[in-house]
Ligand binder design. Structure first.
Ligand SMILES: [Zn+2]
Ligand SMILES: [Zn+2]
Length: 126
């Protein structure tokens, strides 16, 4: 796979994140891109983008992997310690713009936190 095609593939993948602020299931990304690239390529690009601080991943309540765009992250400084939220009505998963306060526990080094909240989103609760 040449560099040009790689760039095109990356752009194509990122374009799926553009029209929405919602997270996308890894399996859905693969399904939407299956005409253009295989599963291995999709995962390779996702890994790369995650390392570069462009997207982040998390696991939902059903154990499936989701991806969402980062805001203000860089390759060595991911600051995505925010809760993720799934609406029980429309099933959309979004990043919540609040920070999780990581508790300080003696003798423990806490590196990450994953909070997955479930309820009704702003569109469905009104
Ligand atoms: Zn909803
Ligand atoms: Zn997020």
């Amino acid at each position: 796979m040449g560099i040009t095609r790689k760039t095109k593939a990356v752009k194509k993948l990122l374009s799926l994140f553009e029209p929405t602020v919602s997270a996308i299931l890894a399996v859905d990304l693969i399904a939407q891109l299956k005409e253009e690239m295989n599963k291995t390529t999709v995962y390779r690009i996702l890994d790369r983008l995650e390392n570069e601080g462009i997207i982040h991943s998390f696991v939902g309540s059903d154990g499936l992997k989701w991806y969402a765009k980062c805001t203000g992250c860089s390759s060595n400084n991911h600051n995505d310690i925010h809760p993720h939220f799934q609406c029980t009505n429309c099933k959309k998963v979004t990043c919540l713009p609040v920070e999780i306060k990581i508790p300080i526990v003696e003798n423990y080094t806490i590196e990450n936190a994953a909070v997955f909240l479930v309820g009704k989103c702003n569109e469905c609760s009104s």
